[in-house]
Design a protein around this ligand. Sequence first.
Ligand code: ZN
Length: 215
Amino acid sequence: MLDFSIANIIDFLFPRFCPVCGKKVEYREVICESCLNAFEGPLTGTFSFRPPLDGVYHFWWYEDVVERVIKIYKYSDRPSLARVLAIWIDRTLRYYSLNLPITYVATTPGAFKERGFDTMKMIGDKLKKMGYTVLETLTAKDVPSQAGLNRSERLKNVRGKFQLLKHVKLPRELIIMDDVYTTGATLEECARLLKSCGVRRVIGVTVARTGAPES
Ligand SMILES: [Zn+2]
């Protein structure tokens, strides 16, 4: 029997395709089911991190579908992928029962101009819709790119990059969220600032972590 529901008509007139694998996706879906569920995240096990962070959690390694979604989201003008990244963060938070307010790494003016949207804020907005407490706490200024820098160079490069927004009331404990954990320098700098402003415990949560073990 033909189904003339609005969803089906829209789907017929404007077919959508998974930006990762090219398969046709259903109305309202951002990527296909098999890409969304390509990995059974979050990553389990212990991951190295340094103070002032009090812990780190990641949905998956920065590889394959996860890496492609993040790259398409950030560099190919696909803000709708924020929903996918929020789903993966949500799965991580649920798995580890992390029930703390969430804040996120602030986007620099340069990155905002280049991408046309605030990548982390948009993921935060999706999480807010899922019922999480999401706080905007930080601003960032432009610093030279972190690409190609080693850990100590990265730490030096991000020092002073972030400032606390005016009139922010900080909770005692916070999750700081980012897309990719590379050396941890960015999250550590955010945690340092937040702790200097009175936060006692800062947990890092990212969609991905670089350095997957050889498979
Ligand atoms: Zn797909």
